[in-house]
Design a binder for this molecule. Structure first.
Ligand SMILES: [Zn+2]
Length: 279
């Protein structure tokens, strides 16, 4: 049994690796999810579900329900505010995760990591999948905090310094994702502009895909991942384009979750011959 911790920014981010999490839970591992914000500035698919004032609270409950379905036993929030999409006013809110004092952000991360002592830590890759400022800053602070976890002289007032076994970034393969979107557009399932401005610049896509070290087959837990994703009702309402893509098409393009091993430093062969398990 391993202790595994995923560190993300918003309720529903965990869904991107929901297939992996469900698989790990079924195998008896102990899973913790850290969510740095409550997704306070996400969309509201149906005004009956939440108001801008209650959205954080509602999304917390959605995330609790999703964790139950996935088999994630522990959930912690760091208490920052959703920073919103790049270039919006919400970026400047002093409570926003992107505005967090770096020392305080790392202190909170070290605190929760030393408390749970996970052997495996997972967070976003540096581009944050599709460039969301909260995803990117999460990667930055977790990456900077990682070597401090074992360093007793870093945040010495926080007990429990230890060396985790492995650190991974979760990565998307946009070449595949883009293929799915194109097919779904071509076959009339989603409108042409449904995912405009979603994909990273091509050089980022190529660099990210080249760095992948692990490809985990998640077909066996696809149904659970989908069920858990659906409870994020404020984010994936009935008219969400995601809901219109048929299961077969998603599975054709999304049968694997991808990871980049950060620690221990992977050898080059791992980037060519991806492993199919995380440990
Ligand atoms: Zn997010």
């Amino acid at each position: 049994m391993k202790k595994i911790m995923a560190i993300f920014a918003h309720p529903d981010d965990e869904g991107a690796i929901g297939g992996t999490l469900a698989q790990l839970a079924q195998d008896g591992h102990d899973l913790t999810l850290i969510c740095t914000t409550r997704g306070e500035v996400g969309q509201i698919s149906d005004p009956a579900l939440a108001t801008p004032e209650t959205l954080g609270e509602v999304r917390e409950q959605e995330l609790r329900a999703a964790c139950e379905i996935l088999g994630v036993q522990h959930l912690e929030f760091l208490g920052y505010r959703d920073s919103g999409m790049e270039g919006t006013d919400e970026n400047n809110d002093p409570r926003a995760w992107v505005q967090a004092d770096p020392d305080e952000a790392k202190r909170k991360l070290i605190q929760v990591i030393r408390q749970y002592q996970p052997e495996i830590i997972i967070t976003f890759e540096p581009y944050g999948w599709y460039g969301h400022p909260d995803h990117r800053i999460t990667c930055t602070w977790v990456t900077e905090a990682f070597p401090m976890i074992s360093d007793g002289s870093a945040y010495p007032d926080i007990d429990g310094a230890y060396q985790p076994e492995a650190f991974y970034y979760s990565a998307f393969k946009f070449s595949q994702f883009g293929g799915m979107i194109q097919k779904a557009i071509d076959e009339g399932y989603i409108p042409e502009d449904a995912f405009e401005n979603f994909a990273p610049p091509e050089d980022v896509q190529i660099e990210t895909e080249k760095s992948i070290t692990h490809a985990i087959d998640v077909r066996a837990t696809y149904k659970i991942q989908q069920e858990a994703q659906q409870v994020h009702k404020t984010q994936f309402g009935e008219d969400s384009p995601f809901n219109n893509i048929p299961d077969e098409m998603r599975l054709e393009f999304g049968s694997e979750d991808y990871y980049i091993q950060v620690y221990p430093e992977p050898d080059a062969s791992l980037r060519e011959n991806n492993l199919t398990t995380l440990f």
